[in-house]
Every structure is written in structure tokens, then in C-alpha cells.
Design a protein around this ligand. Structure first.
Ligand SMILES: [Zn+2]
Length: 546
């Protein structure tokens, strides 16, 4: 069956610019784009009897790609209590949400809430175990910070996690404490990751295959409603990869998933036979490593120290030599490596490791380039000298413009004078780095329209513009989520632009983001999302029209 889409504005993002303006059309055949261009030529190329859909002047853009998203976590946390701000403005509201969640959480599972940011709560602090005990006194409850670098446990959860009242801080992590030194329920970094992973794994294990597939489906539906047709899952593990594989086999995977497999699961991955391109919709060819903590939890490893709690200089997970050895090992086995690095101290360490493995130093010769496209994830404090090194090494950067409006005021508090140089998309592009866009959802919403606006405006929630010189144009911003994200996922031959031969992944919007007032981009309607020629989201039946 062939499909002709016409009477639309096509924003192809193709290298040659492609057709633009009304009067264009696109022919879809066997899940791929067969032609895109002037309507008469496209119609002439179509077989007799091809279905024709007229879009009444809507805009068609390539399927959007989120180059760093915790897709399985989006599905998992979709079922938890929404404790984000402003939806839950204070601790009593958080408690009410948790109480409500307790009523629908199956026995054995922890009552789970997510999405809070302590400095956005009216009280301006993390909730404590006592706050959670009031809401859920008799069974374990956990409240995840939006960064997923911190959480709060009630007393029952602390006990079940095996955290003793006065135990010292673990390596690469910390516990919040009351005035007497007893645990106040807040857990930072490594023990928090272990808890999240444990709970996710336990809850996935408790689900039958149908429930696991539904979790993946819910995540896919949420992302498709935002116009996303592909995502790199930045935290792929055994249980989640199995869930994606099941959904894929059942034909229920509603977006293309490129897995960044957590480094300590690579041996399992190799033994499982799931490495590589499993299908057009599922691949696992990259390895994820965390070099430091998060920006919004103030645990990113920086030079100097934070002027705000928890103070300190952040947490660096690996020394240079250890990281170099890991990168060298994965590189030798043909994996693309993607390293989470937020603070300048962590980014420097990661660049040292990449330089040692790739053999190219800035200004020097002898480097073989970066054929596997090793990446840095986030790069928040990648200041100009670091950006120059990354550009010289050919490192791909995957970052999150949407942090600026959602978490930017907290960055400004933590980074003071340097906050204008955070997430410096303009400087990075001028330095020659390939930068891809992403959300890091569920840390913030996966909605790429927010990222498009923030890449252009850079305005925080409080109304401050961080680094006006770092703003991107509309076309540059859209490239983050199309051509650049496709490159970061090594799929630019298949997705990221509308061109003959590529997969027919596209989005129908009710306005053209390249012409819109950036202020209004988050309000642009996603009328339909199409994956491989088939709708995965169709809000108004626009694709039914003839
Ligand atoms: Zn992430």
C-alpha cells in the first residue's frame, strides 16, 4: 500500500534543504520515503490506487529523536505518584499523593512517588523520613528526586534497604542526617541508583510478560504523543532490554529504541545474543558509563566547590586511569561509548580518557578521529577550553536544552557567575561539535517542544536568560532533535530527515516551528506521529482524511 501525503509544509531537514512551502508532497512505500518534492512529481511517482491524505496546510517534520531518555523509567514512573512541582507545591501535597498511591500499590512493591525538586517545594527542603512516615506509616515508601540522583525513604524503606541508623556514608554517596546524626531518609547518588535499580528490577520481575510489554507501550505512547519516533535509552539493563525485546517481538514497540547498555551489564549483553541491531526498532550497540553526579542534585564533579548544599565538589566515580581502561576495552570490542559527565572536572577526566584511547590531542596529529562516535552525555559545564578539546577529538555531545527552563534557576544558584556558560549550545556549535538534543526524561518531561523553545530562548523558570549569546536559531534547534540526534545514534542513513530511501518516520504539526514565535512552540499541536509509514499517534484522525 502506498501513501501520498500532500497539502502540507514539508520541513525535510535534508542536507540540500529539500522542498519547502505549500505545494509539496511525500510518497511513502513499504515503510520508507519513496519521494518528497513538488506534488505533481510525487503523484506521478505513485502507483495507481495509492492512498492520498491531504493535510490542509499542516507542517510535516522528520520524526523527532530524543538522544538521551530513560525510556523504561518513563514507563515505570508513569505509574508512580506525581510529586513534581508545581503540581505538588508543598510537602503536605506530596504526602497526600503518596497516601493515594499507597491505596493502589500491590503488596510487596514499595509505594513510589517521583518528580520533586527540594528548592521548588514551598518548604525549600527535601522531605524527610518523618514526612513520609506520616503519609505511609506501615510499609516501605520511596520518593524519587526529579534528577534521579537522590531520593527519600520512610522508616520502613530504610529498614528494608538495610540502612542502619548511624551508618557512615557509603563510597560515592551520602545520607542526609538530622541534628543528632541519625539518617533523615534522604539518600544521594550511588546507594540511590542501587535502590532505584533494585526496585525497578523487583517490580519488573513481579510483572508478567504482558505487564512488562504494557510498561514499554505506555512509555512509547507518551513519547509518540510528543512527536518522538526514536530514543536512545540511556540506562538499558537486562530487565529493560528484555521488556523492549518482548514488545518488539509482539509488534508493540511504538518507537525506535537505541540502547545504551550500562557498563556492568555488557558481559550479560554479549552472552544474551541481544547485542547489535535486533530489528529496525531495537538495537543495543552502545555502552553507558557515569563519570559524575547530577547538576540539579549538586553532585556533578566540579573544580572548586558549591556554595549551596550539599556543598563539596561533587562526586567523581572513576579516576582517569580506570576510566581510560574501561573506554579502551569497550572501544576495542566495537562499542560506542556514552559517558555521563556534567561538571568541568568530570568532563576533563572523560576527555583525557577519550584522548588516550583515540590518540588525538587538540592541535596534535596522529588521531584516528572518532569512528565509533563516542559521546559525552549532558556536558553541562563544558566550558570553552573543554569544548575546544571535545571538538578536536570529534566527540559527539548529547545535551538537554529543556533543563534551562525547568532547572536553570537552581543552576544559577549553584554556579553563580559561570551559569551563563552552562549548556552553551551556541559556543559548542561554533566550536564545531556535533550536538544532539535530548530530554533525560523522566528527569524532566520528554516533550521536545520544550527543548526547542529553551534552545532558542534560554530563559529560566524565574525569567532570567542564561547566556544570551548561546541561543540557537529555530533550524539549529530542530536539527538537535533530528539530523544531529540521528548521527549520535548512528542512524543518520535511516532517520533524522525526510529524504528518499529513509524510513517514513514523520510528525504532522499544526504550525511550523521554524516560523513560530519560540514562546509558542510548546503549544504547537502534534496532530499525528508516524513510524515506518504507520501512525503511532493520531490525535485528530488527520491521517484518515482523503
Ligand atoms: Zn540520563
Amino acid at each position: 500500500m502506498e501513501l501520498v501525503v500532500e497539502d502540507a509544509v514539508f520541513v525535510t531537514m535534508a542536507a540540500d534543504g529539500g522542498p519547502s512551502g505549500l505545494g509539496g508532497a511525500m510518497l511513502v512505500r513499504d515503510g520508507r520515503i519513496a519521494a518528497v518534492g513538488p506534488a505533481a512529481a510525487v503523484r506521478a511517482a505513485a502507483a495507481p490506487g495509492a492512498r492520498v491524505v491531504r493535510l490542509d496546510g499542516a507542517t510535516v517534520v522528520p520524526g523527532l529523536i530524543d538522544a538521551h531518555c530513560h525510556v523504561a523509567d518513563v514507563g515505570y514512573l508513569a505509574a508512580s505518584a506525581d510529586c513534581s512541582q508545581p503540581s505538588a507545591p508543598d510537602i503536605p501535597a506530596v504526602q497526600a499523593r503518596l497516601r493515594e498511591a499507597a491505596g493502589r500499590t500491590p503488596p510487596g512493591s514499595w509505594v513510589t512517588g517521583s518528580g520533586y525538586v527540594e528548592y521548588k517545594l514551598r518548604e525549600g527542603r527535601h522531605p524527610t523520613r518523618a514526612d513520609l512516615d506520616q503519609a505511609v506509616p506501615d510499609r516501605p515508601a520511596v520518593l524519587y528526586h526529579t534528577s534521579l540522583h537522590a531520593c527519600v525513604l520512610n522508616t520502613a524503606a530504610l529498614a528494608e534497604a538495610g540502612f542502619a541508623e548511624r551508618q557512615p556514608d557509603p563510597p560515592d554517596g551520602a545520607f542526609g542526617r538530622d541534628r543528632d546524626g541519625r539518617l533523615d531518609g534522604v539518600v544521594f547518588e550511588r546507594p540511590m541508583f542501587a535502590l532505584f535499580e533494585r526496585n525497578l528490577r523487583a517490580d519488573l520481575a513481579r510483572m508478567d510478560a504482558g505487564a512488562r510489554t504494557r510498561l514499554v507501550q505506555v512509555a512509547g505512547q507518551r513519547l509518540a504523543a510528543f512527536g518522538l519516533t526514536a530514543a536512545c535509552d540511556a540506562d538499558m539493563r537486562r530487565a529493560s532490554l528484555a521488556a523492549f525485546a518482548d514488545a518488539d517481538a509482539a509488534g508493540l514497540l511504538g518507537l525506535r529504541i537505541y540502547g545504551l547498555v550500562v557498563h556492568d551489564q555488557v558481559d550479560w549483553l554479549l552472552a544474551s545474543g541481544l547485542r547489535g541491531r535486533r530489528s529496525g526498532r531495537l538495537a543495543a550497540e552502545a555502552v553507558k558509563i557515569w563519570a559524575d553526579g547530577g547538576m540539579s542534585s549538586r553532585t556533578a564533579a566540579i573544580h572548586g566547590s558549591y556554595p549551596v548544599p550539599p556543598y563539596g565538589s561533587g562526586i567523581l566515580y572513576f579516576e582517569r586511569e580506570e576510566l581510560t581502561e574501561m573506554v579502551g576495552d569497550f572501544d576495542a570490542r566495537g562499542f560506542q561509548v556514552a559517558i555521563h559527565a556534567q561538571g568541568d572536572r568530570a568532563i576533563e577526566t572523560v576527555l583525557d580518557a577519550y584522548a588516550a584511547v583515540l590518540g588525538g590531542e587538540p592541535g596534535g596529529a596522529g588521531g584516528a578521529g572518532n569512528p565509533l562516535r563516542h559521546r559525552i552525555e549532558h556536558g553541562g559545564a563544558m566550558y570553552p577550553p573543554l569544548a575546544a578539546r571535545a571538538a578536536a577529538l570529534g566527540i559527539v555531545l548529547v545535551s538537554q536544552p529543556g533543563f534551562l527552563s525547568t532547572l536553570g534557576d537552581g543552576f544559577a544558584e549553584a554556579f553563580g557567575d559561570r551559569s551563563d556558560q552552562l549548556y552553551s549550545f551556541g559556543s559548542w556549535q561554533r566550536a564545531g561539535i556535533t550536538v544532539a538534543g535530548s530530554s533525560d526524561a523522566p528527569v524532566i518531561t520528554a516533550d521536545p517542544r520544550l527543548g526547542l523553545r529553551d534552545a532558542m530562548l534560554r530563559r529560566t523558570g524565574g525569567g532570567r536568560v542564561l547566556g544570551p549569546a548561546e541561543r540557537l536559531t529555530a533550524r539549529e534547534a530542530l536539527a538537535l532533535y533530528t539530523t544531529r540526534a540521528a548521527f549520535a545514534a548512528r542512524r543518520e542513513d535511516e532517520i533524522g530527515s525526510l529524504a528518499p530511501g529513509k524510513r517514513a518516520d514523520f510528525v504532522v504539526l499544526d504550525a511550523n516551528p521554524l516560523d513560530a514565535d519560540p514562546e509558542h512552540i510548546p503549544g504547537i499541536g502534534v496532530l499525528a506521529t508516524v513510524l515506518g509509514g504507520r501512525p503511532v499517534h493520531d490525535s485528530g484522525g488527520v491521517l484518515d482524511g482523503g
